[in-house]
Write a protein that binds this ligand. Structure first.
Ligand code: TXA
Ligand code: MG
Length: 331
């Protein structure tokens, strides 16, 4: 299958492919998503096949606005309305009870809940409006690989397997959305992202719990995706807890280093073995997945050393993804 790249003025064609049941990847402010019309079981199943994703890992339903969500939710409680009003469009995914029979069970993985997200991206907003239906939107990477933050990343993983990619350039934030579960009280943050538990708690005016725990395979996980290996390049990834430690590492041609620019400047390894995370946590959020992919494509790299950030709640999303990529390996 040819994978077409669509620009801003070619959205009609992209929407038509979705209408026909094909897969089209789309940009968001977090990472690229893999779109299929959410109301069609056959299209949704193609998403699992293209990604190589286990079928018990449910998909986010991506909408252009809150109105588009309502037919698929059993009810939209006041707490959800508050969060939607404050954070949508934006990087907050909300779990609600699903309206029975409104969506194929391939979307929800047979769970009673469904995840809704309204991304802050005009191209994707226009695409969904043209289609007139919500689209599912898992990250548009091959399962276990880092999420894609550019159309090139999507093409790298899924070329020949999907009908198209809407190219919106690099994503701005770079880590997946915060997921908050509103099917329980108090609300629980299942996956950290740009929107912090504190911000959610402030808007709700109530306590918010945090799910930091590791999810064991035998349990029924709250966010099923959390039990799978994730964000992992082929090389071993190590979290470097303190920046001074970079200077003591035995680095060679087979080492990749991802760090802020001041640290990289002090290292004597070849420039191509360095990937700058930028100069701040926000830049590091934006660059993390691109860096892991950069070294994955270099083939001869067998260890990637990545700088940790210890900025409290603000760095939770970054450290969560990095720790998963590293499988817990720290230096
Ligand atoms: O930023 C994002 O959220 C991106 C962009 C493309 O929108 N999407 C994304 O989707 O990260 P995905 O599928 O890669 O991650 C969604 C996570 C998975 O871990 C999945 O298990 C969880 O959300 N999830 C989806 N529906 C759920 C449900 N009903 N209950 C619990 N967890 C759910
Ligand atoms: Mg994903």
């Amino acid at each position: 299958m040819e994978t077409k790249i669509f620009k801003r003025d070619e959205l009609d064609e992209a929407a038509e492919l979705l209408r026909q049941g094909e897969l089209v990847a789309f940009p968001t402010e977090t990472v690229y998503g893999l779109g299929a019309i959410a109301t069609r079981d056959d299209s949704v199943k193609k998403v699992y096949a293209a990604k190589g994703r286990p079928s018990d890992n449910p998909l986010i339903v991506t909408v252009a606005d809150a109105e588009m969500m309502r037919p698929y939710a059993k009810e939209v409680p006041e707490r959800a309305e508050k969060l939607i009003k404050h954070f949508w469009p934006g990087p907050l995914t909300i779990l609600l009870f699903a309206k029975e029979g409104a969506l194929p069970s391939s979307v929800t993985g047979g769970l009673k809940t469904v995840a809704f997200r309204c991304p802050d991206d005009q191209l994707t907003h226009d695409l969904i409006k043209k289609l007139g239906y919500p689209i599912v939107g898992p990250s548009a990477n091959t399962s276990t690989k880092p999420s894609p933050t550019s159309a090139e990343h999507v093409y790298h993983d899924l070329k020949g397997k999907i009908a198209g990619i809407v190219d919106g350039g690099q994503t701005s934030f770079g880590l997946e959305s915060t997921i908050v579960d509103l099917s329980v009280e108090p609300a629980v943050v299942l996956r950290p992202g740009k929107v912090t538990p504190e911000e959610i708690s402030q808007v709700l005016g109530e306590k918010v719990l945090i799910n930091r725990g590791k999810v064991a395979d035998k349990d029924v996980p709250k966010a099923p995706g959390m039990k799978y290996r994730h964000y992992a390049p082929s090389a071993q990834v190590y979290v470097v807890d303190h920046s001074e430690k970079f200077l003591k590492l035995a680095l060679d041609q087979k080492s990749g280093v991802m760090a802020t620019s001041d640290i990289l400047a002090k290292l004597t390894i070849p420039e191509e073995n360095k990937f700058s995370l930028g100069d701040s946590l926000l830049e590091a959020d934006h660059n993390l997945f691109a860096g892991l992919r950069y070294f994955d494509d270099m083939k001869n790299i067998n260890a990637i050393y990545v700088e940790a950030f210890n900025d409290g709640e603000e760095s939770w999303a970054y450290m969560n993804r990095l720790n998963k990529a590293a499988g817990g390996k720290h230096i």
